[in-house]
Design a protein around this ligand. Structure first.
Ligand code: ADP
Length: 755
C-alpha cells in the first residue's frame, strides 16, 4: 500500500535510514550487495525458482493452465499487441453534466475568488498538445515544439474557418468553449502528471481551487479532501478503508468461502491477533496432511505501506507477539515461494485499474503498468535468507536504497520497467501472454467484485440518494505477483497508487535532486489523461449534439478532438465481460439488503431494530428460529465484530456489513442445509428479494385501497396511488389483480425456496 504523500523516493522507511540502515524486521544481511548481474543485461530472461541453473528459456515456464477456473477471456490485447477491441469512451450518466459557470451551488466551498482563472481557457503552452505521454521532460518539450510547428501551419486556415463559423454559432457555444474545469488544488504528489495530462487535453486547471464549482476535483488522498457537492471526484468514499490489508483479506476470504476456485489468486491469509490460534491450528493440520510441505509466511502490518514492518517466518511460533501487535493488527499470509524471475530477480507488477462507476459497475484496466524489481538474486526462502529484504520484497521504496538499484532510462531496463516490456520478453520466449493477460483481467474483475459491497455501504452513507453530491471514479493500483507457472497472484490493492513521475537521485553524498523518471511518466500520464477522457463530462453533450456538423463541433471547442489524441490506454473489462462474472456478485446483493434496512441515512451499521425488521420483512423467523433467536444472533455476531481491530476504532456499536454477511450465511446454511454455500446464499437472497418485492406490492395495494376508498367517499376525487396507473377499472378490480399477483409471487417464491 502506498498512500499519496508517502512517496518512496527519498523518504525514510520505518527503521531504515537513507544510507542503508536495516529495514524493520529484516536483518543486516539484506544490505550486502550480492554481485548482482545488472537487471536488463541478462540474456536468458526467465529462470525457474530455486533451481540454481541460470539457463532456461520461456519454454521452461509451466503455464498456469487451470489458474482461473478454466476461464479465458478472448480478445484482450496486451499493450503493444494492437488496439482491437478498444471500447468507445463516454458512458457518462446524465448526472455528470458539467457545472454551469454562473451557478453558485448551495454551500459551495468558500475559496477566494480568482478572477484570472475564470477568464478565457488556460493558455496551452506551445506544443503541449495531442501527443501521447513520452518519457522525459526533454522529449516532452521536443514533442511540444513539433506540435507547435504543425499547428502554426494549419493555424491560419483554422482561424479563418473559426471566424467564418463564429457568425453561425449560438450563445450556447461559449459554455462549450470554456472546456472542462479541473480543481487540482488537492492533487498532492499526482500534480505533475495531472498537469501534463490537462495540457495534453487542453482542459482548464484550477491549481488553487475555485469559488465556482469545477467539473472534476482531483484529490491526492481521499474523497474527503474537499467538501464537494457537484461534479466528479477521483476518489470513492471508504476506498482507503476497504482496501486496507485486513479488510481486503476479509473480503477475499468471504469470496473464497463462496467461490474457492475462482478466488484462488489470493494467498491464504489469517488476521492477527484474532486468528492467531486458528492460524497455528490450520498450519499444523496442513503439515500433518502433507509432511513434505515446508511453508513460509509473510507478516504484514495492517495499514502499513512500502514494506514497512513486513517480515518472513517459517514457523507460526515465530510471530512477534511482543510490542504493539494488539494495537497494530496484521495479516499473515502464505508466502509465494516460486515467483517468476527475470534476470534472476523477483519482480511484481503494478497495474492501474479505473473504477469508473460503482452503480452500474464499470471497470477499465490500463494496458500498461510497471514492474518493480528486487535488487538481489532470488533464492527460495531459507532460515538464512529470510531477512534479506532486497531479495524478497519488491518495494521500490526499499530497493532504491540498495547499491544495486538501477534507475531506468528506458522502459525495458533497470529496476523499474514497463509491464509491456516484460510481456514482450515473455512473448518472445513463447509464453502465452494472451492467457496471462486474460487471467489478470479475471483477477481484477473478481477483486473489484469482492470490494463493491463494502464500497456501496460507504457510498450511500457519504452521498445519500437524493442529496447533492459528486459522482466518483478512482484509479486503483493492483500489486500482482506472477508465479513461476505464470499464474497471477494478488498481493494488494492500493487506493492511492503513487502517481509521481520523478524520483530523487543522490547526485553526491547527501545531495539529492528530483529527476524525471521516464518509465513512470510514460505509464502514469497516460493513465491519468485517459481516465479524464473517460469521465469527460462534456463527452455526452458532444454526442448529444450530433446534429451539428463535425467541423462546427471542432471549431467550437478549445479541446482537442478525440481523433487527435492517442488511442485510449484504458480498456473496458466490465460490463464488457459481465456475463462471465455476474454470478459472483452474491455479496453485492446481500449488501443491497443490508443497505435497505440501514434506515437512517449516513450510517454504515445496522441497529438491532433494522436487523429485526429484516428478519420480519423477509419472513425468516419461524417455529425453529424465533425473533428472540434472531436477537441473540445479532448480539453475538455484532459483539464479536465490534471487538475486532478496525471495527473497534469506528466507535459505532451497530452491525457492520461483514457481520451482517456472516449472519446471512448462518441463516442460509440453516435454511438450505444440503447445498454448497454459494447455492445456499443465492437461495436465501432470492427468497428475501422475492418476499420484499411481494411486501412492496402488498403495500402498494394497501395504498391503492386507501386511495380508492377515499375516491369512493362523496366529494373526494383522489387520484389512484402510485403503481395504480392503468386505465380506470371497475372499483376493486385493480386491487384484486395486484393482490392476486403478489400472492402468486409469494407462492412461487415459497416453491422456489422450498420453504
Ligand atoms: P506494502 O503495502 O507494505 O508494500 P505488500 O503487501 O505490497 O505490502 O508487500 C510488500 C512486498 O512483499 C510485495 O511487493 C512483494 O514483493 C512481497 N510480498 C507480499 N506478499 C507476498 C506473498 N504473499 N508472497 C510473496 N511475496 C510477497
Amino acid at each position: 500500500m502506498q498512500p499519496a504523500g508517502m512517496e518512496p523516493a527519498g523518504m525514510e522507511v520505518a527503521g531504515m535510514g537513507r544510507a542503508g540502515t536495516e529495514p524493520t524486521g529484516m536483518g543486516m544481511a539484506a544490505m550486502e550487495p550480492a554481485g548482482l548481474e545488472p537487471a536488463g543485461l541478462g540474456t536468458e530472461g526467465i529462470e525457474p525458482a530455486g533451481t540454481g541453473t541460470a539457463e532456461m528459456g520461456i519454454a521452461g515456464i509451466e503455464q498456469a493452465g487451470t489458474g482461473t477456473a478454466g476461464m479465458g477471456i478472448v480478445g484482450i490485447e496486451p499493450e503493444g499487441m494492437g488496439t482491437a477491441g478498444m471500447e468507445p469512451a463516454g458512458m457518462v450518466p446524465p448526472e455528470m453534466e458539467p457545472a454551469r459557470e454562473a451557478e453558485e451551488p448551495p454551500g459551495s466551498p468558500a475559496l477566494p475568488a480568482e478572477p484570472a482563472q475564470d477568464g478565457p481557457p488556460a493558455a496551452v503552452p506551445p506544443g503541449q498538445g495531442a501527443l501521447p505521454a513520452a518519457p522525459g521532460r526533454e522529449r516532452e518539450q521536443e514533442r511540444g515544439r513539433r506540435g507547435a510547428d504543425a499547428q502554426s501551419s494549419t493555424g491560419r486556415a483554422a482561424r479563418g474557418r473559426a471566424r467564418r463559423a463564429s457568425s453561425r454559432r449560438s450563445g450556447g457555444e461559449s459554455a462549450r468553449r470554456a472546456g472542462v474545469t479541473v480543481d487540482s488544488s488537492k492533487a498532492k504528489t499526482s500534480l505533475e502528471a495531472l498537469k501534463i495530462s490537462l495540457r495534453q487535453l487542453r482542459w482548464k486547471e484550477f491549481p488553487l481551487g475555485r469559488r465556482l464549482p469545477c467539473d472534476i476535483y482531483w484529490h491526492g488522498v481521499s474523497f474527503h479532501d474537499n467538501n464537494i457537492f457537484s461534479g466528479q471526484v477521483n476518489k470513492f468514499p471508504g476506498m482507503t478503508e476497504t482496501v486496507r490489508k485486513i479488510t481486503l483479506s476479509r473480503a477475499m476470504r468471504t469470496m473464497q468461502s463462496l467461490f474457492p476456485v475462482e478466488y484462488d489468486f489470493y494467498p491464504q491469509s489469517w488476521i492477527l491477533p484474532e486468528e492467531l490460534s486458528l492460524f497455528v491450528e490450520e498450519v499444523r493440520m496442513m503439515k500433518d496432511n502433507d509432511p513434505s510441505w515446508k511453508p513460509t509466511f509473510i507478516v504484514k502490518p495492517d495499514g502499513g505501506c512500502q514494506g514497512d514492518g513486513i517480515y518472513l517466518i517459517k514457523d507460526p511460533g515465530d510471530i512477534r507477539l511482543m510490542g504493539s501487535i494488539q494495537s497494530r493488527p496484521a495479516v499473515v499470509q502464505e508466502y509465494i515461494c516460486k515467483p517468476l524471475l527475470m534476470d534472476k530477480l523477483k519482480f511484481d507488477i503494478r497495474l492501474y485499474v479505473l473504477l469508473k462507476s460503482l452503480e452500474p459497475l464499470e471497470i477499465y484496466i490500463a494496458k500498461d503498468g510497471l514492474s518493480r524489481f528486487c535488487t538481489e538474486p532470488y533464492q527460495e526462502p531459507t532460515l538464512k535468507n529470510l531477512h534479506q529484504v532486497f531479495m524478497h520484497l519488491t518495494n521500490y521504496s526499499l530497493n532504491i536504497h540498495s547499491g544495486n538499484f538501477i534507475h531506468s532510462d528506458s522502459v525495458n531496463t533497470g529496476s523499474k520497467r514497463t509491464f509491456s516490456s516484460i510481456l514482450c520478453r515473455l512473448s518472445s520466449r513463447g509464453a502465452d501472454v494472451k492467457k496471462l493477460w486474460s487471467d489478470i483481467i479475471s483477477l481484477v474483475i473478481r477483486t473489484i467484485i469482492a470490494l463493491t459491497p463494502e464500497l456501496k455501504v460507504y457510498y450511500q452513507s457519504d452521498i445519500p440518494a437524493g442529496k447533492p453530491g459528486p459522482t466518483c471514479f478512482q484509479i486503483l493500483g493492483f500489486d500482482i505477483l506472477l508465479k513461476k507457472n505464470l499464474k497471477p497472484m494478488l498481493l494488494e490493492v492500493n487506493a492511492n497508487p503513487s502517481m509521481r513521475i520523478e524520483h530523487e537521485q543522490e547526485l553526491s553524498p547527501g545531495v539529492f535532486e528530483n529527476v524525471p523518471s521516464p518509465v513512470d511518466e510514460e505509464v502514469k500520464v497516460a493513465v491519468i489523461r485517459d481516465t479524464l477522457r473517460l469521465v469527460d463530462p462534456q463527452k455526452k453533450k458532444r454526442k448529444d449534439t450530433q446534429c451539428q456538423s463535425l467541423e462546427q463541433a471542432r471549431e467550437g471547442s478549445q479541446e482537442l478532438p478525440e481523433a487527435a489524441l492517442p488511442s485510449l490506454c484504458l480498456k473496458q473489462v466490465f460490463p464488457k465481460y459481465a456475463s462471465e462474472f455476474s454470478y459472483l456478485r452474491l455479496v453485492d446483493r446481500v449488501a443491497a439488503l443490508f443497505i435497505r434496512f440501514l434506515g437512517v441515512k449516513g450510517t454504515t451499521k445496522l441497529g438491532p431494530t433494522g436487523f429485526r425488521t429484516f428478519i420480519r420483512n423477509c419472513r425468516l423467523s419461524n417455529s425453529n428460529f424465533s425473533m428472540a433467536a434472531a436477537d441473540i444472533l445479532y448480539i453475538d455476531i455484532t459483539r464479536r465484530w465490534n471487538s475486532m481491530g478496525i471495527e473497534k476504532e469506528s466507535g459505532n456499536p451497530g452491525m457492520c456489513l461483514q457481520a451482517f454477511v456472516e449472519a446471512f450465511f448462518f441463516l442460509a446454511r440453516r435454511k438450505y442445509k444440503s447445498l454448497p454455500l454459494h447455492e445456499q446464499v443465492s437461495a436465501l437472497i432470492e427468497c428475501c428479494e422475492c418476499r420484499l418485492a411481494a411486501l412492496r406490492r402488498k403495500r402498494l395495494v394497501w395504498g391503492c385501497g386507501i386511495a380508492e376508498r377515499q375516491e369512493a367517499l362523496p366529494g373526494t376525487g383522489t387520484a389512484p396511488g402510485p403503481g395504480c396507473t392503468s386505465p380506470p377499472q371497475p372499483r376493486g378490480h385493480q386491487a384484486f389483480r395486484f393482490q392476486k399477483s403478489s400472492q402468486l409471487k409469494v407462492l412461487m417464491c415459497r416453491d422456489r425456496t422450498g420453504s
